[in-house]
Design a protein around this ligand. Structure first.
Ligand code: GDP
Length: 190
């Protein structure tokens, strides 16, 4: 898969002047977002994994197959940052969601083992508020059995009141769910 890093930006004026449809990835810091994007792009290097949580405050743009932009939003919800810093990442995410007309869908990444917290619900509220289509990726599914994963999908889809069709079980370790996410993205882009 052809994938290239385009740019990082904090403010809308730094976003690339491209017209490709964009799929944005959001999740709590350390949820496995960088690993997921690398897995989807078929690379280990484009996004740095395991960096200090809460340190990435930029919006990163990756162009795939000269046709779709994957957008890495800052990880949210890291406890050990100041109020001012939290406010800043909030603004960075909100600016992107409100101003970027190229945005066509978001992937909300959750740890399959954890119930969504209020930050996750807050993100979902924004997506709904702006009418952004949402795919929910439940990552680290290699940590649970198939039965356990199935009951987590049922529980979380109920908690979020989102149809199970929009859920994908994912693992960066095994690659499970990679094709499912690309299929959902292709359907939305088409
Ligand atoms: P980010 O902060 O959301 O970008 O998270 P990272 O991608 O940096 O991952 C955080 C930690 O979770 C790292 O130690 C990863 O190796 C680990 N991790 C990420 N995805 C998976 C997964 O699917 N399965 C397992 N077992 N570990 C994962």
């Amino acid at each position: 898969m052809k994938a290239e890093f385009v740019t990082s930006a904090k403010e809308p004026k730094g976003y690339p002047p491209t017209e490709f449809p964009e799929i944005a990835f959001a999740g709590r810091s350390n949820v496995g977002k960088s690993s997921m994007i690398n897995t989807l792009l078929g690379t280990r290097k484009l996004v740095k994994v395991g960096k200090t949580p809460g340190k990435t405050r930029l919006v990163n743009f990756f162009l795939v197959q000269d046709s779709i932009m994957l957008v890495d939003l800052p990880g949210y919800g890291y406890a050990k940052v100041s109020k001012e810093e939290k406010k800043q990442w909030g603004e960075t995410i909100e600016n992107y969601l409100t101003e970027r007309t190229q945005l066509i869908a978001c992937v909300l990444i959750l740890d399959v083992r954890r119930d969504p917290n209020e930050d996750d619900l807050g993100m979902l509220f924004w997506f709904n508020h702006y009418g952004i289509r949402t795919i929910v990726a439940l990552t680290k599914c290699d940590k649970l059995s198939n039965n356990q994963n199935a009951s987590r999908v049922a529980a979380i889809s109920k908690q979020l009141n989102i149809s199970r069709d929009m859920f994908v079980l994912f693992s960066s370790l095994t690659g499970k769910g990679k094709d499912d996410i690309w299929k959902k993205i292709q359907e939305i882009v088409a």
